[in-house]
Design a protein. Structure first.
Length: 181
């Protein structure tokens, strides 16, 4: 009698734990990285590419904007693996699996493509939905969807997180009015 329910429960558990459902932006990481800028300077000897003047990095829904970007080739491959974006501020955004957006900004954003990791340093801030965290250093593991913030190096060595209350909708007001009568 319980067997059909166990099969349904295990199927739901597998669905909830599947990488396609849980990993935000997973499809983005299989796409090519496109970088555009007003100026490009390539140092072949040192495997370094410097882009300046309105730099935009795109990989699927992932987007980084900066004043300048340094792309460094990984030691194993021929393609750039580390991208260091600097700006006043440099910005990052990506659409999550649920359709919402995550946004971040800092004086410097380092994107490690292979490790799917962002390091935000200097006036760092990250926001999703109505919540926001800020600090001097924020590390965001894109694959694991984990954020770590530190106030180290800031004036007060503190991190600030703000949770905004959910706005009441008309249906909330109707429900409250019905209970009061």
């Amino acid at each position: 009698m319980l067997k059909p329910y166990l099969i349904l429960a295990s199927s739901l558990l597998l669905f909830c734990l599947s990488p396609e459902v849980s990993a935000q932006g997973e499809a983005d990481f299989s796409k090519a990285i496109e970088v555009t800028a007003g100026h490009e300077e390539l140092d072949i000897k040192n495997n370094r590419l410097l882009l300046t003047d309105n730099v935009i990095v795109k990989q699927g829904t992932l987007q980084i904007k900066a004043d300048q970007l340094e792309a460094i080739r990984g030691q194993e491959g021929e393609e750039a693996d580390t991208f260091i974006a600097e700006g006043q501020p440099a910005t990052y955004q990506q659409q999550l699996a649920d359709g919402s957006m995550i946004r971040a900004q800092a004086d410097r954003i380092t994107y490690f493509q292979t490790r799917q990791r962002l390091e935000l340093t200097g006036n760092a801030e990250i926001a999703q939905g109505s919540s926001r965290s800020s600090g001097e250093i924020i590390t965001y593991d894109l694959a694991e969807q984990k954020v770590s913030a530190s106030g180290e190096g800031s004036e007060n060595n503190r991190v600030t997180t703000i949770f905004k209350p959910r706005k009441k909708s008309e249906s909330d007001n109707d429900t409250n009015n019905e209970g009061g009568n």
